[in-house]
Write a protein that binds this ligand. Structure first.
Ligand code: ZN
Length: 413
């Protein structure tokens, strides 16, 4: 009895820091998705049911002081990549020995891969600038890096020879990104692959493929190519070779299914036409059928006003929407209207975001109060084995203790 009491007390100490609760450690069978709050762009750290790890994006925008952006979180004493490395070391089962089995860069924008303009240092041997993905990859070893590839619809290696061309504007990080990949391939055995649309095996479990046969990650779309609904082929090709297309359209999207549970994330694809209505020729409208109904979805394009068209929202009907925001424009008021409207789809839904700008909070008023369960912090989605239920934890992003602030429970559809 005494021993049991001692054990319970030790357990209590382990999960409690000064009266605050730590996130219970990941265990085999759980799917954890951490939407890390840095204030500088997207970074989501996944622990798959067998312990394989995946990072989706490593955004790092330049710090801005114009009052419209989010502040660096927890502060600017470290770069976003250093904070993300610190976060991964905190929650990865291997702690400081953590390795990322997969990294997916959804598309080539600074808030998803880092911006070379932000680089303060150069890798001493690799001679590439350290920012976002190139800095994180130099701290946390990566086994496989996957992105949309650089040759469709436009060949960036050709376009890069003319860096002043409109298609290369704002994409100045390529030279360093490619140098980083070559260096990591040579010295650390990094494998680089292009995202394969339709594949259900490119992101596969490593130690539990048989044990967790009800777990899959399907590659839905990239470069405007969209997968078939019930097979692994490319069903539609939106863009022609050589076409100049806004980078957001070319984002990679995935769907994770785990038993009854479904999750969608798809970078920055747009869905609203220039007149403000649902655009049936937009990437969202092309993508919606292959995504189908899900339990949890991240907001496309951070909830920017050109995203989440009615058709897309009605098709997905998620119970939980997660936003990864970094400016006062995230999310747009009309986007919140659409995703919370009972006319678009029935039933309850909850909204979460890493950051809601105070000016936007005031502007959204009652809508924010009524629908947002949380407007700051790291957001952790934890799906139980078989996917019957899932939880959302909000972790404090102001300190490195990262204690649990709130917890919510849901049943999968
Ligand atoms: Zn973005």
């Amino acid at each position: 009895m005494k021993l049991l009491k001692y054990f319970l007390f030790a357990l209590f100490l382990q999960t409690t820091v000064m009266g605050q609760t730590q996130l219970p450690a990941w265990q085999k069978g759980l799917l954890d998705i951490h939407f890390i709050s840095t204030g500088r762009g997207n970074a989501a750290f996944y622990l798959l049911p067998d312990g394989a790890s995946l990072l989706v994006d490593m955004g790092e925008l330049p710090l801005n002081n114009d009052g419209r952006g989010s502040p660096a979180v927890p502060d600017s004493s470290k770069s976003a990549a250093q904070w993300v490395a610190d976060y991964i070391h905190h929650f990865h089962p291997l702690g400081n020995q953590a390795v990322l089995d997969y990294v997916l860069i959804t598309h080539y924008h600074g808030d998803h891969m880092g911006s070379a303009r932000e680089a303060r240092r150069t890798h001493p041997e690799g001679q590439y600038k350290l920012f976002g993905i190139t800095e994180l990859g130099s701290i946390v070893p990566m086994r496989k890096l996957i992105d949309r590839g650089y040759d469709h619809p436009l060949d960036f290696r050709e376009a890069a020879k003319e860096p002043r061309s409109s298609s290369m504007r704002g994409l100045g990080q390529f030279e360093d990104y490619w140098k980083f990949i070559e260096y990591q391939k040579k010295t650390n055995g990094l494998i680089y692959e292009k995202f394969r649309v339709g594949s259900v095996t490119q992101f596969h479990l490593i130690n539990g493929r048989e044990e967790f046969a009800d777990f899959t990650i399907k590659n839905l779309f990239a470069n405007g190519d969209v997968a078939g609904i019930s097979d692994t082929t490319v069903a539609m090709r939106k863009f022609k070779k050589g076409e100049q297309v806004d980078e957001n359209n070319l984002s990679c999207g995935i769907k994770i299914s785990y038993g009854k549970f479904d999750f969608y994330t798809g970078g920055d694809i747009p869905g609203i036409g220039h007149t403000g209505g649902c655009d049936f020729f937009s990437m969202e409208s092309y993508a919606a059928p292959v995504i189908g109904q899900v339990d949890v979805a991240t907001l496309n394009h951070h909830g920017n006003r050109d995203s989440q068209n009615e058709y897309f929202v009605r098709t997905l009907q998620p119970r939980v929407w997660i936003g990864q925001s970094w400016t006062v424009r995230h999310p747009g008021e009309e986007v919140v209207r659409r995703i919370t409207s009972r006319f678009v789809y029935p039933g309850e839904r909850d909204l979460f975001t890493n950051f809601l700008h105070p000016a936007n909070q005031t502007f959204l008023g009652n809508m924010a109060e009524e629908h947002y369960q949380s407007i700051s912090g790291h957001i952790v989605l934890r799906v139980q084995a078989k996917g019957e239920t899932y939880d959302i934890y909000i972790l404090d992003d102001k300190t490195t203790e990262r204690t649990v602030v709130k917890q919510f429970n849901y049943k999968s559809r």
